[in-house]
Each structure stands twice: as C-alpha cells, then as structure tokens.
Design a protein around this ligand. Structure first.
Ligand code: ACO
Length: 314
C-alpha cells in the first residue's frame, strides 16, 4: 500500500492576536466577538514580499528536513492546492519543484478553495498508483492576506496564512483502506467569491449562508460517508473554519471532541493549508504516529461550493 511517511508545515513569523489585527487595520470589531463567533484568537500573516510560492516551498523544505536522507530526486509527482496565488505560471508546484530540486517530478496546481487539500490528496492518491516506487508530495498553501479586504470585518478577522505538506511513499496501490466522497455544486448566491474591486481581488463571504451549508449539506454527507462505509476512526480532521462548526460536527455525529482536533484558535482559517498544517502539528505532538495503525477521516468544505471526505489508515 502507498503510505504517508512524512509531514511538514510552515507558518509565517508574524503572529497577530485579535487585538493586534484590530489595531493594525482599525477594524470595527473586538477580541470577544471574534473569539465567541469563531474560536479564533490569533493568526499568522506573511510579510508583503513573501509569496504563496515561498510559503509552499517552506512547507516542502520543512518536510524534507525531517527525513534522514535526500529524496528530492525520487519525487515523481507534486501537487499544490491554493486559492490565493496570482502566479498561474510558473505554477506553485513548478516553483516547489525547482526550489526542492525535484528534477524527476511533474508538478501541477489545483484550486478548490478550502477543500483544496482534500481534492489534492485524492488526485495524489490516484496518481501515486501509477508509480511502484518513489514519492508523491502534496501541499496546501495559502497567503489569504493577498485576497483579504481589511476594511471588511466579516472576512478580515477569520483567515490566516500558512502551508502544510504530506509525502506519500508510492508502491503502485492506494493509501491503505482508502475511501472517498467528493462533491462540488453551484454557488448561485456567490456566498464565497473572489470579487474584483478596482485593481485588486478580494474575498467576500456570506458567513451565515456558508455556516448553514456546512451545518446541513456537509455534516449530512459526512454522516452518510461514515455509515455507508461503516467507518470507525481515531480522528476526524476537519477544515478549520470555525470552532462552532467543529462542535456541531461532534454533537450531530455523536463524536467525542477528543477525536476532532483543532488549531483554529492560533492559526485561524488557512483554507487549503488548514488540514495539512493540523496533520503536521498532530505528528509533531505524537498524536499521529504515521505507523499505519491509526484510522483518520479528513473532511474539507468551502468555496465553489466544494466539499469532500477521505478515509485511510495513516
Ligand atoms: N466584528 C464584530 N461584528 C461583526 C463582525 C466582526 N468581525 N463581522 C460581522 N459582524 C456583525 C455582523 O455585521 C452582524 O451584525 P448585525 O446583526 O447588526 O447585522 C453580526 O455581527 C452577526 O453576523 P453573522 O455573519 O450573522 O455572524 P455569525 O454568527 O454567522 O458568524 C461567521 C459569522 C464567523 C463568519 C460564521 O458565519 C461562519 O463561520 N461561517 C462559516 C465560514 C466557513 O465555514 N467558511 C469555510 C469556507 S471559506 C473558503 O472556502 C474560502
């Protein structure tokens, strides 16, 4: 079976508490409102000239630095998920390939907003079956501050920058026990929209509508996914959009919060970065051992609309 053998992540150096952010951008908000509505207390934001490519590269470098020998020439495929890049070409994945010296790989970007890492891992899992050896590198990377309007308090306080990465050791088969459910649907109300305003693109979000979509459509589809495949699992690793949504997942699906890890308090919503950053933090904290004995469900949701759930033994 193909297997995740290493993880990495990168968060920019600058941490902004809710109060720091409010003061820096003169946002009409309060720490209490942000904390109570979302669970967020702070986020990391990149400096101006740090690009999404730089952020993706640093997550990849962090991953490779944890291995005991250089495998960069053994990487056959690199996929990077992001919604905040303004570099269609060279793609983020091309930039990662060049920086890591992964000269034997082919590399491609995908965009499925906050579901990006789920879709990228699905793609990586399928592609890795074509290779009986070598490695596949999957990264979710965002510089959400590229696309935030800091005058729009309903989005500015919710997002952060960062990237996470996982490395799959290929052996011509899928990840062990792999099951998947992926979906996209029309967002007629443009509830999550990258909107052009004069010379810039800004993210707009109808937060309550998105909240209801997750609370109904995403939770129900996750319940079906668990029931259809009769899944038992150690962790449900969800996209980090709102702590209140994670609480709803636990309550509706009758899952202990111990099984639903969260880092939204310190990292906020890093879109495609959120699930792989959390996975890497869990590995660092020894909650995930990467020894093939634990079962996980990953669940992502967001713009598009898009959502999906993956199950495998990690
Ligand atoms: N500070 C203070 N007040 C605020 C702020 C703020 N930062 N933002 C909005 N408000 C006000 C609103 O104006 C509104 O005031 P009003 O009642 O006078 O009109 C009030 O607070 C309530 O606003 P709501 O939007 O209804 O608040 P809600 O409880 O729904 O929380 C939130 C908003 C946190 C955005 C929530 O709806 C949410 O998390 N939605 C889901 C987001 C999500 O899952 N995104 C994932 C995908 S993102 C992607 O794909 C890129």
């Amino acid at each position: 079976m193909s297997k995740i053998v290493a993880t990495g992540s990168y968060l920019p150096a600058n941490y902004y508490s809710n109060t720091d952010l409010i003061n820096k951008y003169a946002i009409d908000s309060s720490h209490e409102w942000i904390q109570q509505r979302s669970g967020i207390e702070g986020r990391y934001l990149a400096i101006d000239d740090e690009s999404v490519g730089d952020i993706a590269i640093k997550a990849g470098q962090n991953l490779l630095s944890k291995l005991n020998h250089d495998i960069s020439k053994e990487i056959s495929f690199i996929v990077v998920a992001s919604m905040s890049s303004f570099s269609p070409t060279p793609s983020l994945a091309n930039q990662v390939q060049a920086a890591l010296g992964a000269t034997n790989a082919w590399a491609v970007d995908i965009n499925a907003a906050c579901s990006g890492f789920i879709m990228a891992l699905e793609l990586a899992n399928q592609v890795s079956r074509n290779y009986s050896n070598g490695y596949t590198l999957v990264i979710g990377a965002e510089k959400m501050s590229n696309i935030l309007n800091f005058e729009d308090r309903s989005t500015a306080v919710l997002f952060g920058d960062g990237a996470g990465a996982v490395l799959i050791k290929n052996d011509g088969q899928q990840l062990k026990g792999y099951q998947h459910y992926l979906a996209t649907a029309s967002d007629e109300a443009l509830s999550i929209h990258l909107k052009r305003q004069e010379e810039k693109f800004f993210l707009t979000m109808l937060g309550r509508d998105v909240f209801n979509f997750v609370n109904r459509t995403v939770v129900n589809s996750l319940q079906d996914f668990i029931e259809i495949h009769q899944l038992s699992f150690d962790y449900l690793i969800c996209h980090q959009a709102n702590q209140r949504l994670l609480d709803i997942f636990a309550k509706k699906l009758k899952i202990s919060m111990v099984k639903i890890p969260s880092n939204i308090k310190d990292v906020a919503n890093t879109s495609a970065g959120s699930i792989p950053i959390l996975i890497d933090q869990m590995v660092t904290d020894n909650l995930l051992k990467l020894d093939g004995t634990q079962k996980v469900i990953l669940s992502g949701f967001g713009g598009g609309l898009s959502w999906g759930h993956l199950y495998f033994e990690i």
